[in-house]
Write a protein that binds this ligand. Structure first.
Ligand SMILES: Cc1cc2nc3c(=O)[nH]c(=O)nc-3n(C[C@H](O)[C@H](O)[C@H](O)COP(=O)(O)OP(=O)(O)OC[C@H]3O[C@@H](n4cnc5c(N)ncnc54)[C@H](O)[C@@H]3O)c2cc1C
Length: 501
């Protein structure tokens, strides 16, 4: 069946959904509220001072990922999408430098064989280096302690939080030093409330099968692609959403930017939908009649649009909260001390330290293509800026204490703190004078609820939508955070011919 479809939201979920609908013969309109397509997978441009081959001053415009800068290589959905878009040859691995964790005990290299910070090799040297003697001995109990309690939980389908199982199997030190920084930094979640299944799908079953949490991690990691858990795209992840937009336009889709879908209603005569489209000043621009609606927005917005149509099933005032925001600061610095990549590709920060950032990515250490662009080699290959580096620091912890730095902080506060935090996290002295360019990007509804009443409300909405003809809900709040989860989820929703992982 095909007809007319409206996709609301132009992030990766909406773009992939629109792409799949076009391929299935639907006449697609996509409406994105902001002026930028791609949502959290988009680029921002940053002017940095440079000089020409003669040494004359000029400026260089860097195109940097504003949000996502990599994708998890588990599953095949993103890779298949990239092949489909002609970007297969552009996939790049990060530099194999490893990463670091920064907890109350200071910086430690992250164990290489791990999943969500949970170690997969209890005999590894890097694990011994990261833990105290008693902490390591406690972690190794995981290899011998009975798994009955967790086997029972798995069999009963009981929710198992990350903190509960990690503390029980591997001890508090592993939880605090290794797991909490990853769960907070990558998933913006508290290990005490987030379920293991959300951050490491399949791990509980694997742990039960292999008789220990570390053994479960090793089995899962062993069956996935060797090497890094993530990959990137030469030129940045925004290439992916850029190609999707091109593909949509080539397929004849109507792609609207700067227009918000402000209200939806059912058209009983046709069984279809009517959408009210507003501009940024909330002036109604027009209405649109379609056969099918795909909501690719955050859960709070989806609730606001659908609760009035639910006949009381969904209380308009009881929707999921918009979620915590993230502020991403990017610094371009001249710092020879960073040339040796002292913290590998970056650092995840645990709670209980005096660093306000939750993560630092040393982008020019992580991605060779970016290092090349930033260094600006002359025609004879000599770099004009050999000591220039890009570091990204993110602010805004889930449930952060009021007053903590986050997306509501001013640019000045964030940027000043970013210099201090970058120095503390890398161990390289840095000052304002070393910064040649800086930028802040804010992501408001960027962290889907992982647990608690907001998650329950989101799940209730997803369940309700299944009974609604011509309605699909997609996006990270439905499928999970990150491109691997979102693209695979959208493919499943539209029965894409590509193998979803
Ligand atoms: C700073 C940051 C870094 C990240 N890094 C990574 C990474 O390295 N790897 C990874 O895999 N994942 C990463 N993620 C997560 C990943 O980017 C997201 O999970 C994914 O991009 C979410 O896509 P989405 O389409 O569901 O949502 P979004 O990208 O949020 O898109 C939703 C879109 O809907 C629009 N919208 C909302 N309401 C309306 C309306 N009423 N009408 C019209 N449009 C509307 C919004 O403007 C937005 O563009 C990162 C996220 C952030 C914020």
């Amino acid at each position: 069946m095909s007809g007319t479809a409206l996709v609301v939201g132009g992030g990766i979920a909406g773009l992939v959904a629109a792409h799949r609908l076009c391929a299935a013969g639907w006449e697609v309109t996509l409406a994105e509220a902001t002026s930028v397509l791609g949502g959290a997978v988009s680029a921002r441009f940053l002017d940095v001072p440079s000089h020409g081959e003669t040494g004359a001053p000029e400026s260089q415009t860097l195109e940097l990922d504003a949000g996502a800068e990599s994708f998890a290589v588990r599953g095949t959905a993103v890779r298949a999408l990239l092949e489909e878009l002609g970007l297969g040859g552009k996939v790049v691995a990060p530099e194999p430098l490893g990463s670091w964790l920064h907890g109350p005990a200071g910086p430690v290299p992250a164990p290489r064989l791990g999943l969500a910070g949970i170690p997969g090799d209890l005999e590894a040297e890097d694990l011994a280096a990261a833990l105290s003697g008693p902490g390591l001995a406690r972690a190794r109990e995981d290899a011998v302690a009975p798994m009955d309690r967790w086997a029972d939980a798995l069999a009963a389908g009981e929710p198992v939080t990350v903190a509960a199982i990690v503390a029980d199997r591997l001890g508090e030190e592993v939880l605090e030093r290794l797991v909490a920084p990853v769960v907070a930094g990558v998933h913006s979640a508290d290990p005490a409330v987030v379920e293991l299944e959300r951050v490491a799908p399949g791990l509980l079953a694997s742990a039960v099968e292999h008789g220990g949490l570390a053994a479960g991690v090793a089995a899962l990691r062993g069956s996935s692609t060797p090497g890094s858990l993530v990959a990137g795209v030469d030129g940045g992840m925004s290439r992916v959403t850029g190609r999707l937009v091109d593909a949509l336009r080539e397929a004849g889709a109507t792609v609207l930017r700067g227009v918000r879908v402000a209200a939806l209603s059912r058209v009983p005569a046709t069984g279809g939908w009517w959408a009210q489209i507003s501009d940024r000043d909330d002036e109604v621009v027009r209405g649109l009649d379609v056969d099918r609606v795909v909501l690719a927005v955050d859960g709070a917005t989806a609730w606001d649009l659908l609760a009035p149509l639910s006949g009381g099933d969904l209380d308009p005032d009881a929707g999921p909260a918009l979620g915590d925001g993230v502020a991403l600061t990017t610094l371009v610095v001249e710092a020879p001390g960073l040339d040796a990549a002292p913290r590998g590709t970056g650092v995840l920060v645990g709670a209980g330290t005096d660093v306000a950032a939750k993560a630092l990515t040393h982008a020019t250490a992580k991605w060779a293509w970016l290092r090349e662009v930033v260094a600006r080699p002359d025609h004879d290959g000599v770099a004009r800026h050999p000591h220039r580096h890009v570091v990204r620091l993110s602010y805004g912890r889930s449930g952060a204490e009021p007053g903590g730095l986050g997306h509501r902080s001013t640019d000045e506060e964030l940027l000043a703190r970013a210099v201090v935090d970058a120095a503390a996290l890398t161990g390289v002295p840095l000052s304002e004078q070393d910064v040649v360019a800086r930028a802040v990007v804010r992501w408001r509804p960027s962290i889907p609820p992982q647990a608690g009443p907001d998650r329950e409300a989101a799940d209730a909405l997803i369940a309700w939508s299944r009974g609604q003809a011509g309605l699909d809900l997609v996006g990270s709040w439905v499928h999970g955070t990150g491109l691997a989860a979102v693209v695979a989820g959208v493919d499943r929703a539209f029965d894409a011919p590509t193998p979803a992982g």
